[in-house]
Design a protein around this ligand. Structure first.
Ligand code: ZN
Length: 168
């Protein structure tokens, strides 16, 4: 997913920088997480409007942080080393693929797939995730919560739980 970049946005780079820093809380300790105080998406990530014409465009705050400091992102994902979705400290961010994003989350025990467009979709989940979904459901999590957590539709979760889709 390409952001289009400053040239394509109605706010200038200077305006975007000013608006970004007005919303990013820098702690006394520079190496700590910089918490985003602006708007937050349902996915838990910060967001900021970067263009109003020809239509409103919103980008993720951590992607914007990377863009402002390091430049173009292209089709890559901006991931958090600190596992804090609201953090916009560039030192805590790194570039990876969607698969890296998934593996990173699994490694952190979060197993939450954040798709670039922020919307859940039917995703092919690995057997480890399927087992985790079943275990979490046995532990009392509802299919709606699981869908949110794994970034897939509730229907996918129900298929998994009914064992129609995956068979060991
Ligand atoms: Zn952080």
């Amino acid at each position: 997913m390409s952001e289009g970049g400053f040239a394509a946005w109605s706010y200038s780079r200077k305006e975007i920088l000013e608006r970004f820093w007005a919303r990013a809380e820098q702690p006394a300790i520079a190496s700590a997480c910089w918490i985003w105080r602006g708007a937050v998406k349902a996915s838990g990530y910060g967001q900021m409007t970067v263009s109003l014409t020809p239509k409103r465009k919103v980008v993720s705050a951590h992607r914007l942080a990377w863009l402002l400091i390091n430049g173009e992102i292209g089709d890559m994902c901006v991931l958090h080393r600190c596992d804090n979705p609201l953090c916009v400290n560039p030192d805590h961010l790194f570039l990876g693929t969607i698969l890296d994003n998934w593996n990173d989350c699994v490694a952190k025990g979060r197993a939450k797939l954040h798709l670039p467009n922020g919307r859940p979709r039917n995703t092919v989940l690995g057997l480890a995730s399927v087992n985790e979904i079943r275990a979490l459901h046995d532990g009392g999590l509802l299919s709606e919560d699981l869908a949110l957590r794994f970034g897939v539709t509730g229907r996918s979760i129900r298929y998994i739980l009914s064992r129609e889709t995956w068979r060991e």
